[in-house]
Design a protein around this ligand. Structure first.
Ligand SMILES: *[C@@H]1O[C@H](CO)[C@@H](O)[C@H](O)[C@H]1NC(C)=O
Ligand SMILES: *[C@@H]1O[C@H](CO)[C@@H](O)[C@H](O)[C@H]1NC(C)=O
Length: 336
């Protein structure tokens, strides 16, 4: 942290120096931009108000014909209340998935995914409502979200429906970065890690995700150090689900994370998968099911037949890109 502050103050003093003399316009602008990035980065990194209404309208499992679920209010040690859903498997397999979504929207927008887990895969799924998102209290931050994830895992380790079974952690994008931190700290308690379209670290993501801020990545105080953390995971198998057409996180980030992983690992690439719709690619849920099933039955995870799948996209429902489209209509998934 201290080097971040140092950089900021030295930029600020440069600004004053420039202001006294001739201001080079472009430099001035980039300094202003960097100030903006520094102070506004939490709203850039955690756009919890997108899509409109995301803080007040959170669809419930009922709306997706899920009948067996409970609303869970998790109380964190630092005083936040996290509005979450625990969706139960229709046919129990003893597997529970802790699901952590990307940086926009809320858990309600991801319910079609929960439906696939519960109805078609036989998995319980816990949908964690991060602080500052949906109906949860507080403001998001790296430190806070890490507390939220740990609180959810502790809940599952004690809940009658999950404590005696196998727990998997599944994270998309920012949720993947959070999943890596959680698994690294709880290795004996988690049976598998599933990552979709996540990034090496926030700093390495900035040049492609926010091009105007390209030279200013050092000002980023939200670190999300996945690339240095994932090699510390030594026993928990990892499944990488990577959309080759990801327009937000360059797919090389997933390849780098895969390369530095020392645990048993599988890379599955979906050649037509974009950042937010890779789940709609054929074979997506089958890859997950095969991974979970191998671990559940104590088989060593094997490289899947081929690591690239080129398939037609399943047509999506119209509407916000945050809603998960027709993921729930995927019919060919077998149960565990
Ligand atoms: C990952 O490793 C492979 C094989 O060693 C190498 O060819 C590739 O360039 C690496 N990719 C990245 C993005 O690090
Ligand atoms: C995907 O989601 C991100 C936020 O997580 C958003 O900025 C982006 O516009 C979305 N992309 C598409 C293609 O919908």
């Amino acid at each position: 942290m201290s080097s971040t502050y140092t950089t900021f103050w030295s930029l600020l003093s440069t600004f004053y120096t420039l202001a006294k003399g001739t201001i080079v316009a472009s430099t001035g602008i980039s300094i202003l931009l960097s100030g903006l990035l520094y102070f506004k980065q939490t709203s850039l990194i955690y756009p919890r108000d997108i899509p409109a209404g995301a803080r007040t309208e959170v669809p419930t499992p009922d709306e997706f014909d899920i009948t067996d679920w409970e609303r869970v209010k998790l109380y964190t040690k630092d005083g936040e209340t996290l509005n979450s859903y625990f969706v139960k498997a229709r046919k129990k397999s003893g597997v529970t998935v802790l699901y952590m979504h990307g940086n926009a929207g809320n858990i309600g927008h991801r319910l079609p995914l929960a439906q696939v887990f519960s109805d078609q895969m036989g998995c319980n799924v816990f949908m964690l409502g991060y602080r500052g998102y949906g109906l949860s209290t507080g403001r998001p931050s790296e430190k806070g979200l890490n507390i939220d994830a740990q609180t959810a895992l502790n809940f599952l380790l004690e809940h009658a429906d999950s404590k005696d079974g196998k727990i998997f952690v599944y994270g998309q994008s920012l949720g993947g970065a959070l999943a890596i931190q959680l698994v690294a700290k709880n290795q004996g308690k988690i049976h598998g890690l599933i990552l979709e379209n996540t990034f090496r670290s926030m700093r390495t993501l900035i040049p492609s995700a926010f091009p105007p801020a390209k030279y200013l990545a050092r000002l980023c105080h939200q670190i999300w150090p996945s690339e240095t953390t994932i090699p510390t995971i030594e026993q928990v198998p990892v499944l990488f689900l990577s959309g080759s057409k990801d327009e937000l996180v360059p797919p090389e980030h997933m390849q780098t994370l895969y390369n530095v992983t020392v645990s048993p690992k599988i890379m599955r690439k979906f050649l037509n998968g974009g950042h937010n719709d890779t789940y709609a690619e054929l074979g997506y849920f089958d890859a997950m099911l095969e991974f979970i099933s191998q671990i559940k039955h104590g088989r060593p995870i094997a490289e899947l037949r081929n690591d690239a799948v080129k398939q037609e996209k399943i047509p999506r429902q119209s509407g916000s890109s945050m809603t998960m489209g027709s993921a729930g209509s995927r019919k060919s998934v077998a149960t565990l």
